[in-house]
Design a protein around this ligand. Sequence first.
Ligand code: PLP
Length: 394
Amino acid sequence: MNTKEMIKLYDEYVMNSYIRVPLSIVKGKGVTVWDAEGKEYMDFFPGWAVSGLGHCHPAVVDFVKKQAEVILHVSNNYYHNWQAELAKKIVDNSFKGKVFFSNSGAEANECAIKAARKYGKGKRYEIITTLRSFHGRTMACIAATGQDKVKIGFEPMLEGFKYVEFNDIDALKKAVSDKTVAFMFEVIQGEGGINIADQAYLAGVKQLCKERDILLIIDEVQTGMGRTGKMFAYQNFDIDPDIMSLAKSLGGGLPIGATVAKNKIADLMVPGTHGSTFGGSPIVCAAALGVFEAIEKGDLLKKTREMGKYLVKKLYGLKKDFPFIKEVRGIGLMVGVELSIEGDAIYKKCMEKGLLINCTQKNVLRILPPMIITEKDIDSAIKIINDVMKEIKP
Ligand code: PLP
């Protein structure tokens, strides 16, 4: 099937809920993907941050292949070693607590929201989140998300959410009430435009949450699993979550969600309070264990920090020729280029020239290459971005 034929079938049979570009992807290996016509692309935004190790990483493929011949699914009224091992691995790499497994980032946040409400014991249920946040597309998650665009047409919203400016401790202090049970946020807003929390703000958040017994829910769905050069982005700062949500690159390409909560919260989620038929199945847990192995054996956290610095330096270097670049910001391989013009034409032209990146909030190029990239890959990508910027120079 060629791309045109695929698009025709999508138009007829698939709900049109996504903004899609006319590109099909039929194969991926490492940094490279191929379309149905055989054209090659460098993927610097692999699967909205899902393929953090690049496409079809051998460690993940190997774990999945082996597991596929043993058993694919075990329901959650039984035990299996893969879920047990993965939960331990996540906790060993983050903080002492327990894990609930689901299938997506939104589900991981749903569990976080439910667990926080349990902790509030019916007296405190309010969750404060930040403007320009993104927490997923379920009804609770669009209510949690601090952007009106995701809510339009789906009102009335679930009650109990308040929104405050990101990086503004006074706004947070003002918003807290005797109903507040949690503050939920991303330490680097992804969809919101690669906005990085500053340490002074986080110190204030930490103190306030401690004083008022407010739970800190950190959404690591996009930032987690090494993307920032630490296993979890919060580890770049002096802050600890009470609850953390994970998804995307945890599964190495397979659908997974995970919610980690400190024991004082996790232990409230007793039998019957929450569940998921597919959550934590052997095959996805095996894939996730493959992801951890690949990061550890490949020393990928260190490489991510090094390549991240190189990428930011190279992007920064473009600034002198293209004054419409306002700012380059990022940690590790989670990088944003803020423009004073709209970025749509740039990312589309990059695609035509064989480089996949993203544009968010209309004017921030979002560049999240896989942790396996090399300086040579970055040089090739920068050349394409440079050529495109020359062409569109306003
Ligand atoms: N949280 C964050 C920070 C995200 O970036 C996303 C997706 O982009 C989600 C939650 C929702 O994840 P999913 O699409 O897997 O439900």
